[in-house]
Structures are given as structure tokens and as C-alpha cells.
Design a protein around this ligand. Sequence first.
Ligand SMILES: [Zn+2]
Length: 257
Amino acid sequence: MKVEIIPCLFDNFSYLLVCEESGKAAIVDPVEYYPLSRVIKRLGVELTSIYCTHHHADHIGGLDELCQEFPGVDVAAFKGDAARIPRLTTLLGDGDIVKFGSVQGRVKHTPGHTSGGMCFLFGGHLFTGDTLFGAGCGRLFEGTPEQMYNSLQSLTKGLDAGVKVYFGHEYTLANLKFSQFIEPGNRGVIARIADATTVLAGGGTTTPSTIGLEKQTNPFLRCDIEDVRQKPAEKLLLDATDPVSVFTAVRRLKDSY
Ligand SMILES: [Zn+2]
């Protein structure tokens, strides 16, 4: 499977997944019609599936026009979001398998940013929408900190360090500045800030990252580490022995950073 990264709007990403064996393709997050339609035509692939990570307007803005241009395309999202994502043809639940061409993926329900958040794992490629960002995680609009903590833990648990992480927004550099505030002594964070700065200055993107890099530099995946526990404990006077409390505090600090 090949992945095309398609920057959309101000800082969103859509992804076009291509099954090289069959020439069939799938979209993760139909953010905007024109950039996606253009890439589909340029590559000469057949769009068969659209996977939606969640219902927010900046992730599904191209859905109507894509469905008009490619009638018969399968549109899949969380089953609980049928009333707020139009044109759904497949209702998904946690652990479901999705297929396009000869490519198969597994669906993970990750409530927290929204109640219907979904992530998609195709082999060594993980698509995380607004659940897991480069060095960050989504804001908690419809979920509790405990839900988001559990979503992130179950999403990343057991995955190889080399699995690529494709997220929904280019927020990585700003997130890394917050990582550095939480863990000033984390050399991985310092190195990643330098890398991200160079990549962005050259017009590139920080997506995809890897599970290994996230576990090393993303404070929301490091709530059991002493240095991460210290800062929120000292700022918010909380119980720093419980990872969910630490996560709650880190998220609160990030919201006002
Ligand atoms: Zn969102």
C-alpha cells in the first residue's frame, strides 16, 4: 500500500491510500474536494472507499462532492455518528475489519476528542485523525480525560516502534514546545524540534511520525514517567501517582499553554 499525503485547508491532512496491486484507492478524511479529486485523477486510481476519523466539519468537508463525482463509493465511520456524518454506507465498531482492493485494515474506536473517534491501522500505517497528533493529542470536546487516556493507551499498546503515525493536523512544532515545557531534559524532544523546524522550513510535513518517536516525545503517552509527573504535580497540586490524573493535568496545562 502506498500513502499520498494531501495537505488541505490551513493545516489539515487528508490521506489517499493506494492498493498498488489493484489500482483501487481509499481516502482517510475527505477534508476538501479539489485537492483530493486532483490527486485521484493524476494517479489514475479508482476510489472505492472513504474512511472518516470523526464528524468535525474540517475533516468531512469534501464528502458530498466526492460522493457525487464517484457514485457507489463506500463511506465508513463510527456507527454512532450516522446522524452527523452524511452519506454513510458502512457503520463501523471497534475491532472491525475494512478492505479496499487487496488491502485490509483494522478499526479502533478512540473516544475522547469526539465520542465517535476512529483510528485505522493498515499494516504498518496508523491513521489517527484528531486523537493522536505529532507530540500531542486532540482536545477533549466530547470525552473525559479517562476516555482519552484509555483510547491512547489501547491505540498504541503492542504496536512496533516503526509503525508510521499519520495525524489530522500539522500541530507538531507547537506541540513539541509544550513537550519541552513538560520535560525540559528530554533530548528526544530537543532533537525532534530541530528536525521538525528543518522539515517545515523546507515546505515539508511532519506527518507521518512513528510510534517509537511518539512514545519518546509525546507527553500524553508518557504520563507514567517521573519527569512528566513532576510538572503537573507542582503546577496543579494533584495526585501524581495516578497516570489518569497526570494525563488530566497535562491536558489542562496544554489547553492554556
Ligand atoms: Zn476534530
